[in-house]
Design a binder for this molecule. Sequence first.
Ligand SMILES: *[C@@H]1O[C@H](CO)[C@@H](O)[C@H](O)[C@H]1NC(C)=O
Ligand SMILES: *[C@@H]1O[C@H](CO)[C@@H](O)[C@H](O)[C@H]1NC(C)=O
Ligand SMILES: *[C@@H]1O[C@H](CO)[C@@H](O)[C@H](O)[C@H]1NC(C)=O
Length: 481
Amino acid sequence: MAKLQQQHSNAAGWAPPSVQKRWLLTLLIMLSVSTLIAFFIKSAFDSCDPPHPHNFDVAASNKPAKVFSNSIKTAPSPLSFMKSKLVLLVSHELSLSGGPLLLMELAFLLRSVGTEVFWITIQKPSETDEVVYSLEQKMLVRGVQVLSAKGQEAIDTAFKADLVVLNTAVAGKWLDAVLKENVPHVLPKVLWWIHEMRGHYFKLDYVKHLPLVGGAMIDSHVTAEYWKNRTQERLRIKMPETYVVHLGNSKELMEVAEDSVAKRVLREHIRESLGVRDEDILFAIINSVSRGKGQDLFLRSFYESLQIIQLKKLKVPSMHAVIVGSDMSAQTKFETELRNYVMQKKIQDRVHFINKTLTVAPYLAAIDVLVQNSQARGECFGRITIEAMAFQLPVLGTAAGGTTEIVVNGTTGLLHSVGKEGVTPLAKNIVKLATHVERRLTMGKRGYERVREMFLEHHMANGIASVLKEVLRKSKSHPHS
Ligand SMILES: *[C@@H]1O[C@H](CO)[C@@H](O)[C@H](O)[C@H]1NC(C)=O
Ligand SMILES: *[C@@H]1O[C@H](CO)[C@@H](O)[C@H](O)[C@H]1NC(C)=O
Ligand SMILES: *[C@@H]1O[C@H](CO)[C@@H](O)[C@H](O)[C@H]1NC(C)=O
């Protein structure tokens, strides 16, 4: 332990004078002091995670909003037509999970072109919450006006707004709860941004107004198709005009991913802290630990791959599995099951559990292969996949959900099927990438090229811009508004 600590302090002192980039230091500090509000690198935890729909409650009270003036540089942006428009963003909650963070990104994109942005959080903890407070401060500083979820001001703003963005299916409950008889007037200018693909969202309670909103924006074609089917079959309602906009990597993430010095420092730092050598091969899942994300099946594949290597007497460097996203306070039973499996198979020295963190860049810099093992219908999109590809990592993913729209099988990674049937194929793919170094590196490069072609912030901003334009145009021609 003492040795580890010493290594840590060495690591912090490493950064040569030439590497005095503020963010690099910030990253290193964040590694040692686990700061929650690491806004540098946005969350990788997919917004598919259910946002506790059963605890829905319109926040009872809220601090009055303060507005700070700010001076954000206006770069040429596809969203510049939104200048001096008024947009109301409605978030089901304010937390460090994918959905709310994505909506905050949109808020900041809009602020940067001079849009007047209002923010409402529907469901807030009753006591003062440190995370909520910090995130609200982030927004206020950038000129986003934070409103109480209900009350006259919320209603007035919804009326005045050129556009209302509802984030996630659950946010639909806000319409009736707050706008009441005014709902029909607001619907034509509502853009509904949906990031989930779970059965329990197909409740009329949440989504009955979907058919009459101005449009729906969904993160992948598979998810859009699924919503179309399910709303029709289960609820007998029709989806509105639906637009698919893939997500993109933030500029901050790309900056780290494209800086070889930063990557090397982060890689060495993380590898030291894990006690693995430079030549060892690291396969990692970076996702909140839960059965849906498939860490259990991944560990089985990993164990099987070790057996194949032993059986065939293959010469490969030492292999490790890294599971980033542990939260012992949340999924205790499943977490315990994973640890028991590791003990039972005696692979403790090869499997590393890392607590949930927002700072994924250091881990992406440190690993060799990303495993995206989400089960059932897979990820709606799976942002960590494009983040890993930005770091030139090949992806071993389930052939489900958004992953199939991101990973090109055989070119930027290898796909395996979901469920138990996928365990052996994934094991074989792990062996393939461990034994074929050239192939692994080439796949990583191809993945990076694909990200540059399709999955950058400006691609997402372009996509969002065309959707906003379209919804604005249609709502203007609507008799109600
Ligand atoms: C939607 O329904 C069609 C026809 O029933 C089917 O072919 C398709 O696979 C379904 N898509 C999803 C995502 O469920
Ligand atoms: C990880 O989280 C657990 C609680 O869930 C905590 O007890 C532990 O100290 C954390 N580990 C690190 C390295 O922060
Ligand atoms: C992926 O490609 C490999 C060949 O490279 C093929 O064997 C496998 O069936 C493909 N998987 C899927 C899910 O398309």
